[in-house]
Design a protein. Structure first.
Length: 285
């Protein structure tokens, strides 16, 4: 049975039913995908790929056979280290620096990926930033615009630029956050963008399902990335992640497998969904 065909009319008079009487039979055999090369021949563009979750995703994808392009702002040392780690294991990694809050730059970035690798199969929208503010009155117009431009406008820009090159089976994976579900009183604008990302993911999935392009998201909980010491005081960093049921922050390499799953054939029946590697927090997804 093809992935788009309907089922012939049939019924059975017993519960729970017999597979032997079904036409066609359900597909239950393991799909022929080599574990270590799930993404062989694929090209992935990862924004915010220089460090943290983005780096871990880049390394996981490269280890699974994908060619990688990482987009980052100006963290050149971190970006070169990501590239080195991929290349020393035989992978390919292109570096593209610039501001994802600019639609012009996003078009240029995608064009560079196509020029370097000739195609684009997986887009990971992961770039993000946050500013701690205890009151909405502290959030300036410029900060509000910058947070939204980096965290959610960039996803619109990147998808628009990438879409002409994405084909049936392509993947778009967005980074949301647990704050989209439980909120965060001191990260008001950041949480608002993450809520927008969830809605963006669900809506875009419905729009692109006819093209067989899968759109999903990952909503990490507290994860130890450069964003954390850049946002909080030393005392807050010491307590970071201690309130989740597992009583610790996650590591990027614990989050990357969620992205790898969504990028592979293992997620062939998933679109518009959000995965929640968050240390045990229960959220209404």
């Amino acid at each position: 049975m093809s992935e788009t065909s309907t089922l012939p009319p049939q019924t059975q008079e017993r519960q729970p039913g017999l597979e032997a009487q079904m036409t066609p039979k359900p597909a239950t055999a393991p799909r022929p995908i080599r574990e270590a090369q799930k993404l062989a021949g694929k090209v992935a563009l990862i924004t915010g790929g220089d460090s943290g979750i983005g780096r871990a995703v880049a390394l996981a994808f490269a280890a699974s056979g994908a060619k990688i392009a990482i987009v980052y702002l100006d963290e050149h040392e971190d970006a070169r280290e990501t590239q080195r780690l991929i290349q020393e294991n035989g992978g390919e990694c292109a570096l593209i620096d610039g501001d994802v809050g600019s639609e012009v730059f996003c078009k240029e970035a995608v064009a560079k990926v196509i020029s370097a690798f000739g195609k684009l199969d997986i887009l990971v929208n992961n770039a993000g930033q946050q500013f701690v503010c205890e009151s909405i009155e502290e959030i300036s117009e410029s900060q509000l615009e910058k947070t939204f431009r980096t965290n959610i406008f960039s996803m619109f820009f990147m998808v628009k630029a990438a879409l002409p090159y994405l084909v049936s089976g392509s993947r778009i994976i967005n980074t949301a956050s647990v704050t989209a579900y439980r909120g965060s009183p001191h990260l008001l604008d950041y949480s608002a963008t993450k809520g927008a990302i969830v809605a963006f993911t669900r809506s875009l999935a419905q729009q692109l399902v006819k093209n067989k392009i899968h759109v999903n998201a990952v909503a990490p909980g507290p994860v130890w990335t450069p964003l954390i010491p850049a946002s909080f005081s030393a005392e807050e960093v010491e307590r970071f992640g201690s309130k989740v049921p597992m009583e610790r922050p996650g590591q990027p390499d614990e989050i990357a497998p969620a992205y790898l799953f969504l990028a592979t054939e293992g997620a062939s029946y998933m679109t518009g969904q959000v995965l929640h590697p968050n240390g045990g927090e229960i959220v209404n997804s």
